[in-house]
Design a protein around this ligand. Structure first.
Ligand code: ADP
Ligand code: KDG
Length: 319
């Protein structure tokens, strides 16, 4: 069986070093939070399955070819001729300000429904990885997430939910309504500190602090809560009362997009390797640092033998 099953929308992505409106040249690649996680895991030698839908088009072929080339299992991915693969464009507007545009409405990925996942769920995995992005794609994808979470929970898999709030896709209230009912199935919840209100239903009331938000999540039955704090690192708490905080690695920042997904891949890798919480956070921070210190979401992620690379002195040439 697989180590990790994940699914969601992967898009054709164009990366522009300047504004589109004046004709900046683009680099084409693929982007998608779940496939970023799958690639991060595959690079570390874990068996990751990505089970999303693409269109029967060139972007779809680029996505499947890239994932296969990275060693991600796509045997449960689907091709849908009736809808196109989604797309996104990222323009570096000024130095460190990046603007994102999506073309994902009515995309092949948004056609996902529970039957699409049945074979992958039957095949089994140790961990199910879910994100809030998939839940935001429509009622079919949300139902697919719900069914997968219930199935995985019932079969004793570890269920990991990364909140990954995308305010371009839905509001915090909408996200809360979709995500709160999932919590009963969630083993590990991963969120940025600013995303916590989405999953505690607190956006409508007075905002709660991080401590109270994590209390609420643990009370809802989540076993572990992992909070990402950007350049500050990350924190962990579980239902048994243990807590850990681990600082981020100090690296030059090139491109922060994808840091959260890399972090998640690192955390899952640590879980699969049976590491204790503090060392899971270490590996998560290490992958997050690789993502921010390199261009692209996933291109710069480490293989297992490269995990120690960031400890080298700045400016080192590896010969
Ligand atoms: P997201 O990308 O989901 O918003 P964060 O910005 O919190 O998530 O970043 C995720 C993780 O990436 C952090 O917890 C940390 O491990 C790493 N990270 C983010 N920013 C930096 C940074 N400036 N330097 C080093 N590591 C970083
Ligand atoms: O986490 C990185 C993602 O933002 C990117 O790969 C595309 O899935 C994506 C999204 O919805 O923004």
């Amino acid at each position: 069986a697989a180590d990790v099953l994940t699914f969601g929308e992967t898009m054709l992505a164009a990366q522009l070093p300047g504004p589109l409106a004046v004709g900046a040249e683009a680099r084409t690649t693929i982007a998608g939070a779940e496939s970023n996680v799958a690639i991060g895991l595959a690079r570390l030698g874990h068996r990751a399955v990505w089970a999303g839908l693409v269109g029967d088009d060139e972007p779809g072929r680029l996505i499947l070819r890239t994932l296969r080339g990275e060693g991600v299992d796509t045997s449960h991915a689907g091709v849908r001729p009736e809808a196109p693969t989604g797309g996104m464009l990222r323009e570096r507007r000024v130095a460190d300000l990046v603007r994102v545009h999506y073309w994902r409405r009515h995309s092949a990925a948004s056609l996902l429904a529970p039957p699409d996942l049945a074979p992958a769920l039957r095949a089994g995995a140790r961990v199910l990885h879910l994100t809030g992005i998939t839940c935001a794609l429509g009622t079919g994808p949300l139902e697919a997430v719900r069914d997968a979470a219930a199935h995985a929970h019932a079969h004793g898999w570890t269920v990991v939910l990364d909140v990954n709030h995308r305010h371009r896709l839905w509001t915090g209230e909408e996200a809360g309504r979709a995500l709160l009912p999932l919590l009963e199935h969630v083993t590990v919840l991963i969120a940025s500190d600013d995303e916590l209100p989405v999953v505690t239903g607190a956006f409508a009331e007075r905002p709660r602090g991080e401590e109270a938000a994590v209390d609420a999540l643990l009370a809802a039955g989540v076993r572990e809560v992992v909070v990402k704090r950007g350049g500050e690192g990350a924190a962990f708490r579980d239902g048994d009362g243990s807590r850990h905080t681990v600082p981020a690695l100090r690296v030059p920042v090139r491109d922060t997009v994808g840091a959260g997904d890399a972090f998640c891949a690192g955390y899952l890798s640590g879980l699969l390797d049976g590491l204790p919480p503090e060392r899971r956070l270490d590996r998560a921070n290490t992958l997050g640092a690789f993502a921010v210190a390199s261009d692209g979401d996933w291109e710069g992620l480490p293989r297992r033998d490269e995990l120690g690379l960031l400890a080298a002195a700045p400016g080192t040439t590896i010969r």
